[in-house]
Design a protein around this ligand. Structure first.
Ligand code: SAM
Length: 260
């Protein structure tokens, strides 16, 4: 099967054929036989087919119509599979039946961020998301305060999800092998900050990290009155000399609500 495919690097086509690995990914995605699973980037359908065997319904997106030769065969054999040959980023997810669904996907890396933020927009539809991304991206998503990888995306994602990286997947596990290793990232909605205006919060986090070498106070003073910032920092026991990377996600949420 591998030989018949002209892998398109521009579409992020790095496929996985190892069934043991694919089944372990499905295990880590907590897929149960009553679940609906969304897959982004079906490729040759290796993960898709196993998902069909283990979930109630599978909805897969694949932009490359030339892969229909593999995927249509799977859809004929598994009536619980719906395939959309279209750009996932242009899909209207509200038209799909995604209540309490799970995401399990080896996504195309070149559009990791837009895919994640599209899923974030529809987070009420999902009880868990497990996506395979480049290891350095996974490190940023799951980073803790005071580490070099902790930044805007870590804070934004962790404000709405419990984020973990259950497994690193070596580049040699893919066909063709990409240049770097990958990691699974698991996102589980946590609802800790129920009234958070996520859009406004993301804007605020961007401001807080705008110049990494500057203090948080110096970054924020362009946007808020100095006294207001100092009072808020004081109230939260955050030092005036603190940098954005020193704040916990809770600190960010509290500071955002005090300043806005
Ligand atoms: N799931 C397969 C596997 O694990 O072997 C393939 C994964 S491969 C990393 C990503 C797949 O996403 C490719 O088949 C690629 O054609 C597809 N893809 C790329 N851009 C896409 C888009 N915008 N919408 C849907 N699929 C896309």
């Amino acid at each position: 099967m591998e030989k018949e495919i002209n892998f398109k690097k521009s579409l992020g086509q790095n496929f996985i054929y190892d069934k043991n690995l694919l089944n372990s990914i499905i295990d880590m995605g907590d897929v149960e036989n009553a679940d609906t699973v969304l897959e982004i980037g079906a490729g040759a359908g290796t993960l898709t087919e196993l998902l069909c065997e283990r979930a109630k319904n599978v909805i897969s997106f694949e932009i490359d119509k030339s892969l229909a030769v593999f995927l249509d065969r799977i859809a004929n054999e598994h009536k619980n599979l719906q395939i959309y040959y279209q750009d996932f980023l242009k899909a209207d997810l509200s038209k799909l039946n995604l209540k309490s669904a799970r995401v399990v996907a080896n996504i195309p890396y070149y559009i990791t961020t837009p895919i994640i933020f599209k899923l974030v927009e529809h987070k009420e539809s999902f009880k868990s998301m497990l996506v395979l991304v480049q290891k350095e991206v996974a490190d940023r998503f799951a980073a803790l305060p005071n580490s070099k990888n902790y930044g805007v995306t870590s804070v934004e994602l962790q404000a709405i999800f419990d984020v973990s990286c259950p497994k690193i997947i070596k580049k040699t596990c893919f066909t063709p092998a990409p240049k770097v290793d990958s990691a699974l990232v698991k996102l589980i909605p946590h609802n800790k900050f129920k009234k958070l205006n996520f859009e406004g919060f993301c804007d605020f986090v961007g401001k807080a990290f705008s110049m990494r070498r500057k203090t948080l106070f110096n970054n924020l003073k362009t946007f808020y009155e100095k006294d207001k910032i100092l009072n808020a920092l004081n109230k939260l026991n955050i030092l005036e000399a603190a940098r954005a990377e020193n704040l916990s996600v809770e600190n960010f949420v509290e500071l955002y609500s005090l300043l806005n």
